[in-house]
Design a protein around this ligand. Structure first.
Ligand SMILES: Nc1nc2c(ncn2[C@@H]2O[C@H](COP(=O)(O)OP(=O)(O)OP(=O)(O)O)[C@@H](O)[C@H]2O)c(=O)[nH]1
Ligand SMILES: [Mg+2]
Length: 331
């Protein structure tokens, strides 16, 4: 790199994708910084590659953007050689509705073996193909192109880089590969979630265990979930009264359960969980209890964070956290 050596040990995330694929948008979503800040914050390190250090001022990591793939009169050889030397993780960004990925795949085929083990594929523009089946087919084709180039299937994330959908899943993958970045790339809500995640996993384990015991199972998992919600609320300093329970249930889309919660209290609220499980269309196995409990904990964490920060509770956000978490645990 052409800049000073002080930053040389920073973890580097290399973004590879055609122009317009969503690389800058991805940095915006991962850092929470406004687009304009990111646009101005990338500084050149080679003729066409740029980098963005984050957090600005006291950087803990670096995004490396090799632009120009797919552009005429551009030979990426120099950029690619430098990038793969520096990179700890390579995020390939490809728009789901753009099947022309030859240059990106060629570049991928050339990267060193060491880097190949640390590639993630982000399908951007998930919103551009509204039909679920059609989108799934496009992603399968995309995966096949890159898997062929790499010689192995690539971990993948479906994303909408305008709304931030899919970022939780991507953050998890990044954290698994580069644990030191888990906190760096989390927003205020995410950092609080990370602090309480162990607690949720513990309750999820209890719920799953309860479900594998045939007799206590019927009441065991919901009881663990109710206990989890109560202790999470305590951690967030939110009074977990019937109003809060009802509001949370309603945000999750459980109108009826919310009604029960309001009239009959905790015992009826326990019913909330099997309802969620059915909505997800999954069997009430121990594994399902584990996944549903983690998802419930994730949704509750964002709800409690918003309430305790005096911020607006958005039902869409609560539902999205729930379904994102559930989807990940099942796959
Ligand atoms: N609808 C939709 N638009 C997106 C998505 N991701 C990116 N875009 C839009 O696509 C355009 C290009 O995105 P950028 O993030 O600038 O792409 P880039 O890869 O940084 O492009 P270069 O800097 O030219 O290499 C912008 O107008 C984005 O708002 C997405 O998931 N959905
Ligand atoms: Mg860009």
């Amino acid at each position: 790199m052409s800049d000073g050596s002080a930053d040389e040990n920073l973890p580097v995330i290399w973004l590879l994708g055609k122009t317009g694929a969503g690389k800058s948008s991805l940095v915006h979503q991962l850092t929470g910084l406004p687009d304009a800040v990111i646009g101005n914050g990338f500084s050149p390190c080679t003729r066409t590659a740029t980098h963005f250090d984050f957090p600005q001022g006291a950087p803990l990591m670096r995004f490396l953007d090799t632009r120009g793939l797919g552009e005429a009169h551009y030979d990426p050889t120099e950029d690619l050689a430098k990038a793969e030397e520096a990179a700890h993780l390579l995020i390939v960004v490809a728009k789901v509705d753009d099947p022309v990925q030859g240059e990106v795949a060629d570049a991928l085929a050339k990267v060193r073996r060491g880097v190949k083990a640390h590639v993630v594929l982000v399908h951007s523009g998930g919103d551009l193909i509204p039909d679920t089946q059609e989108r799934a087919r496009a992603m399968v084709r995309m995966q096949a192109v890159f898997a062929k180039a790499l010689g192995a299937k690539v971990p993948e994330v479906e994303a909408n880089l305008k709304t931030g959908e899919g970022m939780d899943a991507l953050r998890d993958i990044i954290a698994a590969k580069l644990p030191e970045l888990a906190e760096v790339l989390a927003d205020a809500e995410g950092r609080r979630w990370l602090a309480h995640r162990e607690l949720v996993l513990w309750y999820a384990g209890t719920a799953a265990g309860a479900d594998t015991l045939p007799i206590v199972g019927a009441v065991g998992a919901p009881a663990a979930q109710v206990a989890m919600l109560t202790s999470l609320a305590l951690k967030y300093g939110v009074e977990w009264d019937w109003k809060r329970r009802a509001e949370f249930a309603a945000a999750l889309g459980l109108g009826a359960a919310a009604g029960y919660g309001a009239s009959y209290g905790v015992r009826q609220l326990a019913k909330l969980v099997p309802v969620v499980g059915q909505t997800a269309g999954a069997a009430a196995s121990g594994l399902m209890s584990f996944a549903a409990t983690v998802a419930l904990g994730r949704a509750a964490a964002v709800y409690l964070h918003r309430v305790s920060s005096g911020e607006q509770v958005e039902a869409d956000e609560i539902k999205r956290k729930y379904s994102d978490a559930l989807r990940r645990r099942q796959s």
